[in-house]
Design a protein around this ligand. Sequence first.
Ligand code: SAM
Length: 281
Amino acid sequence: MAGTLYVVPTPIGHLGDMTERARAVLAQVDFIAAEDTRVTLKLLNHMGVKKPLVSYYEHNRRESGARIAARVAAGETAALVTDAGTPAISDPGEDLVALCAGQGIAVVALPGPCALVTALAVSGLPAGRFCFEGFLAMNKKSRRAHLAALRAETRTMIFYEAPHKLPHTLADLLEALGDRRAAVCRELTKRHEEVWRTTLHEAAAHYAEHAPRGEFVLVVEGRPDTPPPSPSLASAVEQAKEELSGGVSLRDAARRAAERTGLSRSAVYAALVKDERADGR
Ligand code: SAM
Protein backbone atom coordinates (compact mmCIF):
# COMPACT_ATOMS: atom_id res chain seq x y z
CA MET A 1 0.00 0.00 0.00
CA ALA A 2 1.26 3.48 -0.85
CA GLY A 3 2.48 5.70 1.96
CA THR A 4 1.81 9.39 2.47
CA LEU A 5 3.66 12.58 1.62
CA TYR A 6 3.30 15.19 4.37
CA VAL A 7 3.89 18.84 3.46
CA VAL A 8 5.32 20.31 6.66
CA PRO A 9 5.75 24.05 7.28
CA THR A 10 8.71 25.17 9.39
CA PRO A 11 9.30 28.52 11.18
CA ILE A 12 10.08 31.66 9.14
CA GLY A 13 12.19 32.94 12.03
CA HIS A 14 10.84 32.17 15.48
CA LEU A 15 11.48 28.52 16.40
CA GLY A 16 8.51 28.60 18.75
CA ASP A 17 6.28 28.68 15.66
CA MET A 18 6.92 25.00 14.93
CA THR A 19 3.56 23.34 15.63
CA GLU A 20 3.13 20.23 17.79
CA ARG A 21 1.70 18.37 14.82
CA ALA A 22 4.62 19.32 12.57
CA ARG A 23 7.07 18.02 15.21
CA ALA A 24 5.13 14.79 15.56
CA VAL A 25 5.02 14.20 11.81
CA LEU A 26 8.76 14.83 11.40
CA ALA A 27 9.44 12.40 14.24
CA GLN A 28 7.19 9.70 12.74
CA VAL A 29 7.92 9.67 8.99
CA ASP A 30 10.42 7.26 7.41
CA PHE A 31 12.44 10.07 5.82
CA ILE A 32 12.42 13.82 5.21
CA ALA A 33 12.89 15.51 1.84
CA ALA A 34 14.60 18.84 2.53
CA GLU A 35 15.51 21.88 0.39
CA ASP A 36 18.82 22.33 2.22
CA THR A 37 19.66 19.36 4.42
CA ARG A 38 22.05 21.47 6.57
CA VAL A 39 19.28 23.94 7.45
CA THR A 40 16.84 21.13 8.25
CA LEU A 41 19.44 19.24 10.28
CA LYS A 42 19.79 22.28 12.57
CA LEU A 43 16.04 22.35 13.10
CA LEU A 44 15.91 18.60 13.79
CA ASN A 45 18.80 18.87 16.25
CA HIS A 46 16.97 21.70 18.01
CA MET A 47 13.92 19.42 18.33
CA GLY A 48 15.95 16.34 19.25
CA VAL A 49 14.68 14.42 16.20
CA LYS A 50 16.93 12.04 14.21
CA LYS A 51 15.74 11.16 10.73
CA PRO A 52 17.23 10.25 7.35
CA LEU A 53 17.30 13.29 5.05
CA VAL A 54 17.22 13.40 1.26
CA SER A 55 17.88 16.50 -0.73
CA TYR A 56 15.06 17.95 -2.84
CA TYR A 57 15.71 21.40 -4.28
CA GLU A 58 15.21 23.51 -7.38
CA HIS A 59 17.98 21.90 -9.46
CA ASN A 60 17.49 18.20 -8.63
CA ARG A 61 13.72 18.24 -8.32
CA ARG A 62 13.11 15.97 -11.36
CA GLU A 63 15.40 13.07 -10.45
CA SER A 64 15.05 13.44 -6.70
CA GLY A 65 11.26 13.95 -7.01
CA ALA A 66 10.90 10.72 -9.01
CA ARG A 67 12.93 8.80 -6.39
CA ILE A 68 10.91 10.23 -3.49
CA ALA A 69 7.57 9.49 -5.21
CA ALA A 70 8.70 5.92 -5.95
CA ARG A 71 9.61 5.33 -2.30
CA VAL A 72 6.30 6.73 -1.08
CA ALA A 73 4.40 4.73 -3.71
CA ALA A 74 6.15 1.63 -2.35
CA GLY A 75 4.77 2.30 1.13
CA GLU A 76 7.14 4.70 2.93
CA THR A 77 5.95 7.91 4.55
CA ALA A 78 7.84 11.13 3.83
CA ALA A 79 7.79 14.72 5.02
CA LEU A 80 8.61 17.55 2.64
CA VAL A 81 10.19 20.65 4.23
CA THR A 82 11.94 23.71 2.86
CA ASP A 83 14.31 26.20 4.49
CA ALA A 84 11.50 28.25 5.98
CA GLY A 85 7.73 28.49 5.79
CA THR A 86 5.28 26.41 3.82
CA PRO A 87 6.74 24.17 1.12
CA ALA A 88 5.40 24.85 -2.39
CA ILE A 89 4.85 28.56 -1.66
CA SER A 90 7.57 30.23 -3.77
CA ASP A 91 9.94 27.39 -3.01
CA PRO A 92 10.44 23.79 -4.20
CA GLY A 93 7.56 21.50 -3.49
CA GLU A 94 4.73 22.15 -5.89
CA ASP A 95 6.21 19.74 -8.44
CA LEU A 96 6.59 16.94 -5.88
CA VAL A 97 3.04 17.47 -4.65
CA ALA A 98 1.75 17.37 -8.25
CA LEU A 99 3.82 14.26 -9.03
CA CYS A 100 2.58 12.34 -5.98
CA ALA A 101 -1.02 13.50 -6.34
CA GLY A 102 -0.90 12.53 -10.03
CA GLN A 103 0.15 9.00 -9.04
CA GLY A 104 -2.73 8.69 -6.59
CA ILE A 105 -0.42 8.96 -3.54
CA ALA A 106 -1.99 10.56 -0.46
CA VAL A 107 -0.65 14.07 0.14
CA VAL A 108 -1.41 15.76 3.45
CA ALA A 109 -0.52 19.42 4.01
CA LEU A 110 -0.15 20.75 7.55
CA PRO A 111 -1.02 24.39 8.23
CA GLY A 112 1.75 26.54 9.66
CA PRO A 113 4.13 29.47 9.17
CA CYS A 114 3.97 31.29 5.86
CA ALA A 115 5.49 34.75 5.31
CA LEU A 116 2.76 36.00 2.98
CA VAL A 117 -0.08 35.28 5.41
CA THR A 118 1.83 36.77 8.34
CA ALA A 119 2.56 39.94 6.33
CA LEU A 120 -1.02 40.31 5.10
CA ALA A 121 -2.39 39.84 8.60
CA VAL A 122 -0.20 42.60 10.06
CA SER A 123 -0.32 44.98 7.06
CA GLY A 124 -3.44 46.93 8.03
CA LEU A 125 -4.51 46.75 4.37
CA PRO A 126 -7.77 45.13 3.21
CA ALA A 127 -7.42 41.37 3.70
CA GLY A 128 -10.85 40.27 2.46
CA ARG A 129 -9.58 39.74 -1.08
CA PHE A 130 -5.91 39.47 -1.93
CA CYS A 131 -3.56 37.93 -4.45
CA PHE A 132 -0.08 36.54 -3.96
CA GLU A 133 2.31 37.59 -6.72
CA GLY A 134 5.49 35.88 -5.48
CA PHE A 135 8.78 37.30 -6.81
CA LEU A 136 8.71 39.65 -9.82
CA ALA A 137 10.74 38.21 -12.69
CA MET A 138 14.15 39.75 -13.37
CA ASN A 139 13.69 39.23 -17.09
CA LYS A 140 12.63 42.68 -18.36
CA LYS A 141 9.89 41.53 -20.69
CA SER A 142 8.15 39.21 -18.22
CA ARG A 143 8.54 41.78 -15.47
CA ARG A 144 6.94 44.50 -17.58
CA ALA A 145 4.08 42.17 -18.55
CA HIS A 146 3.53 41.16 -14.92
CA LEU A 147 3.47 44.80 -13.75
CA ALA A 148 1.15 45.84 -16.59
CA ALA A 149 -1.27 43.03 -15.68
CA LEU A 150 -1.37 44.32 -12.09
CA ARG A 151 -2.39 47.89 -12.95
CA ALA A 152 -6.11 47.08 -12.83
CA GLU A 153 -5.83 44.69 -9.88
CA THR A 154 -8.26 45.76 -7.16
CA ARG A 155 -7.24 43.12 -4.60
CA THR A 156 -4.45 43.68 -2.09
CA MET A 157 -1.23 42.36 -3.64
CA ILE A 158 1.57 40.52 -1.84
CA PHE A 159 5.14 40.26 -3.14
CA TYR A 160 8.26 38.48 -1.95
CA GLU A 161 11.58 40.15 -2.62
CA ALA A 162 15.27 39.65 -1.95
CA PRO A 163 16.84 42.62 -0.12
CA HIS A 164 19.27 43.62 -2.88
CA LYS A 165 16.40 43.78 -5.41
CA LEU A 166 13.96 45.63 -3.16
CA PRO A 167 14.83 49.23 -4.22
CA HIS A 168 14.43 48.34 -7.89
CA THR A 169 11.14 46.54 -7.25
CA LEU A 170 9.70 49.42 -5.21
CA ALA A 171 10.61 51.88 -7.98
CA ASP A 172 9.01 49.62 -10.62
CA LEU A 173 5.84 49.14 -8.56
CA LEU A 174 5.57 52.90 -8.05
CA GLU A 175 5.98 53.56 -11.73
CA ALA A 176 3.49 50.86 -12.78
CA LEU A 177 0.79 51.36 -10.14
CA GLY A 178 1.20 54.99 -9.07
CA ASP A 179 1.41 55.86 -5.40
CA ARG A 180 -0.46 53.41 -3.17
CA ARG A 181 -0.58 52.49 0.46
CA ALA A 182 1.89 49.71 1.20
CA ALA A 183 3.26 47.75 4.13
CA VAL A 184 6.95 46.86 4.08
CA CYS A 185 7.26 43.82 6.35
CA ARG A 186 10.82 42.97 7.34
CA GLU A 187 12.25 40.03 9.31
CA LEU A 188 8.84 38.78 10.40
CA THR A 189 8.81 36.82 13.67
CA LYS A 190 12.54 37.57 14.16
CA ARG A 191 14.34 39.80 16.65
CA HIS A 192 14.49 42.76 14.25
CA GLU A 193 10.93 42.42 12.96
CA GLU A 194 9.66 45.69 11.50
CA VAL A 195 6.35 46.57 9.85
CA TRP A 196 6.34 49.93 8.10
CA ARG A 197 2.86 51.02 7.00
CA THR A 198 3.66 53.61 4.39
CA THR A 199 3.22 54.36 0.68
CA LEU A 200 5.08 53.09 -2.37
CA HIS A 201 6.47 56.57 -2.93
CA GLU A 202 7.91 56.90 0.59
CA ALA A 203 9.25 53.36 0.64
CA ALA A 204 10.91 53.75 -2.78
CA ALA A 205 12.48 57.06 -1.70
CA HIS A 206 13.74 55.56 1.58
CA TYR A 207 15.27 52.41 0.10
CA ALA A 208 16.88 54.37 -2.75
CA GLU A 209 19.03 55.90 0.03
CA HIS A 210 19.29 53.07 2.59
CA ALA A 211 20.41 49.56 1.69
CA PRO A 212 17.71 47.06 2.77
CA ARG A 213 18.80 44.28 5.12
CA GLY A 214 16.96 41.08 5.97
CA GLU A 215 13.95 39.35 4.45
CA PHE A 216 11.03 41.34 3.07
CA VAL A 217 7.40 40.93 2.11
CA LEU A 218 5.65 43.84 0.40
CA VAL A 219 1.91 44.26 0.74
CA VAL A 220 0.43 46.78 -1.69
CA GLU A 221 -3.06 48.22 -1.80
CA GLY A 222 -5.15 47.28 -4.84
CA ARG A 223 -6.56 49.85 -7.24
CA PRO A 224 -9.62 51.59 -5.78
CA ASP A 225 -12.87 50.06 -7.14
CA THR A 226 -13.91 53.37 -8.68
CA PRO A 227 -10.73 54.91 -10.03
CA PRO A 228 -10.41 58.66 -9.51
CA PRO A 229 -10.95 60.70 -12.67
CA SER A 230 -7.91 60.79 -14.92
CA PRO A 231 -5.79 63.92 -14.45
CA SER A 232 -7.00 65.31 -17.78
CA LEU A 233 -10.68 64.84 -16.84
CA ALA A 234 -10.07 66.40 -13.45
CA SER A 235 -8.42 69.40 -15.07
CA ALA A 236 -11.29 69.71 -17.61
CA VAL A 237 -13.73 69.83 -14.68
CA GLU A 238 -11.63 72.56 -13.05
CA GLN A 239 -11.72 74.57 -16.28
CA ALA A 240 -15.48 74.06 -16.58
CA LYS A 241 -15.94 75.29 -13.02
CA GLU A 242 -14.08 78.46 -13.87
CA GLU A 243 -16.48 78.94 -16.78
CA LEU A 244 -19.40 78.36 -14.41
CA SER A 245 -18.18 81.06 -12.07
CA GLY A 246 -18.31 83.39 -15.07
CA GLY A 247 -22.07 82.71 -15.22
CA VAL A 248 -22.40 80.25 -18.13
CA SER A 249 -24.66 77.17 -17.97
CA LEU A 250 -23.41 73.72 -16.99
CA ARG A 251 -23.80 72.52 -20.57
CA ASP A 252 -21.84 75.43 -22.05
CA ALA A 253 -19.15 75.20 -19.41
CA ALA A 254 -18.70 71.47 -20.15
CA ARG A 255 -18.71 72.07 -23.92
CA ARG A 256 -16.02 74.75 -23.73
CA ALA A 257 -13.80 72.72 -21.40
CA ALA A 258 -14.26 69.65 -23.65
CA GLU A 259 -13.21 71.64 -26.70
CA ARG A 260 -10.14 72.96 -24.96
CA THR A 261 -9.00 69.59 -23.58
CA GLY A 262 -10.05 67.39 -26.49
CA LEU A 263 -12.14 65.18 -24.15
CA SER A 264 -15.67 64.05 -24.93
CA ARG A 265 -18.35 66.61 -24.08
CA SER A 266 -20.55 64.02 -22.35
CA ALA A 267 -17.65 62.78 -20.18
CA VAL A 268 -16.80 66.31 -19.03
CA TYR A 269 -20.48 67.14 -18.48
CA ALA A 270 -21.07 63.97 -16.41
CA ALA A 271 -17.93 64.60 -14.31
CA LEU A 272 -18.91 68.25 -13.82
CA VAL A 273 -22.45 67.37 -12.70
CA LYS A 274 -21.07 64.78 -10.29
CA ASP A 275 -18.60 67.28 -8.91
CA GLU A 276 -21.23 69.98 -8.46
CA ARG A 277 -23.51 67.49 -6.67
CA ALA A 278 -20.67 66.49 -4.37
CA ASP A 279 -20.17 70.19 -3.60
CA GLY A 280 -23.89 70.39 -2.75
CA ARG A 281 -24.78 72.72 -5.59
N1 SAM B 1 7.79 29.13 1.55
C1 SAM B 1 8.06 30.38 2.21
C2 SAM B 1 6.78 30.86 2.89
O1 SAM B 1 5.93 30.04 3.19
O2 SAM B 1 6.65 32.06 3.15
C3 SAM B 1 8.66 31.41 1.27
C4 SAM B 1 9.95 31.00 0.64
S1 SAM B 1 10.63 32.18 -0.46
C5 SAM B 1 11.94 31.28 -1.16
C6 SAM B 1 11.54 33.25 0.59
C7 SAM B 1 10.92 34.66 0.66
O3 SAM B 1 9.89 34.67 1.65
C8 SAM B 1 11.89 35.71 1.11
O4 SAM B 1 12.64 36.22 0.02
C9 SAM B 1 10.97 36.78 1.69
O5 SAM B 1 10.39 37.54 0.66
C10 SAM B 1 9.89 35.90 2.33
N2 SAM B 1 10.19 35.63 3.76
C11 SAM B 1 10.52 34.45 4.30
N3 SAM B 1 10.69 34.58 5.63
C12 SAM B 1 10.47 35.88 5.92
C13 SAM B 1 10.50 36.66 7.12
N4 SAM B 1 10.81 36.12 8.30
N5 SAM B 1 10.20 37.98 7.05
C14 SAM B 1 9.89 38.55 5.87
N6 SAM B 1 9.86 37.87 4.70
C15 SAM B 1 10.14 36.56 4.72
